[in-house]
Design a protein around this ligand. Sequence first.
Ligand code: B12
Ligand code: SF4
Ligand code: SF4
Length: 207
Amino acid sequence: MSDLNLAGTGLIEMGHCPVVPSDGLAHDHGTLVFLGPDEPTFWPMFNQTPEYNDDASDSLDRWSRRTIDAIAARAHGAAYYPFGGEPFLPFYTWALRTGQAWASPIGFLVHKNAGLFASYRGAVWISEDRPIQTATQPCLTCDAPCKAACPADAFAPGYDVAACKAHLNAPQGASCLSDGCMARRACPVGTDLRISAQAAFHMKAFR
Ligand code: B12
Ligand code: SF4
Ligand code: SF4
């Protein structure tokens, strides 16, 4: 199996899936390797980067492009990103194909290690095929505290983005803003990986 040499990048592999022609990518074969933050050490590392410390917007996306473009170049591959405007690439659907993440009872992806804080900074296409991975969805043996944890009842059913944002903009939304989505935090998977400041950064951008 090829190695993307991720040591020191702040990123880890979150799973991989084969490319199929219907993905409509420049490549109709090979493997997409999904990269996410190496938590909990990622956040203090990112805080030292030029992108975090300049005054321009979209610091995490700019850092992701710089870092993952370099990883892809070293691997003689190509980089793909979940951000950058419409049409968005189908990262959610791809994540399901990795066998390492699943649709949770509240719709968000749940990853075998990161839980509901699953997120992807990008994907690197490599020409080699890799064996499919499998794992057991944690929800199968869980009482699903995620379903009842949202104080705004935003998952009943689907995801009511307006209800979520109304809560975030009210005084009662302080906990979601400072420590991250309460529904995502209710997940027992990956509780030791989370940093409040990192969640607050994302919630501020989301609000
Ligand atoms: C648009 C978008 C949003 C929109 C709408 C989400 C929605 N209702 O679908 C808004 C702005 C609301 C949103 C919010 C958030 N998002 Co968002 N979002 C996206 C984005 C950029 C595009 C989605 C898309 O249209 N894809 C294109 C379509 C064609 O492909 P697809 O994604 O495979 O399509 C499937 C999904 O849309 C899925 N789906 C359908 N309904 C819903 C509802 C939810 C809630 C989800 C998660 C998926 C989902 O079904 C489709 C078919 O299988 C993706 C990144 C990406 N490129 O996919 C992130 C992404 C889905 N979001 C993500 C994240 C992290 C968030 C936030 C948590 C941001 C944050 N605070 O950090 C918030 C949620 C707030 C909270 N309560 O914490 C993660 C996944 C997180 C997870 N564990 O599920 C992704 C993958 C980005 C990433 N870099 O990892 N997001
Ligand atoms: S709280 Fe339980 S049911 Fe909900 S996503 Fe996490 S493991 Fe799955
Ligand atoms: S951020 Fe707060 S209000 Fe929004 S979905 Fe999560 S728990 Fe509900």
